[in-house]
Design a protein around this ligand. Sequence first.
Ligand SMILES: [Zn+2]
Length: 93
Amino acid sequence: MKFPRTLNRYCPHCRKHQKMNVTIYKKGKENSQAQGKRRFEKKKKGYGSFPKEIFHKNAKINKRTTPLLECSECGKKIYTKSYRIKKFELQEV
Ligand SMILES: [Zn+2]
């Protein structure tokens, strides 16, 4: 899928249409001090099997790609509809 690098979209912070710069959303670095991570590490310690089941029956082939819009005026980021597609390209229009 081809997606424009810049678009004109509504910004809820500026309350009007603004020029948006498009990037692709990427997952941030996981925090090792987070509560869920600490609990999981504690559960893995000692005897016994792995505490969570390991998922093998993957039916879906493609992962979701989310375009992330950044307002050129206020700099706030806006998440948009995501797509399950094999190939996602940003291009100049
Ligand atoms: Zn804005």
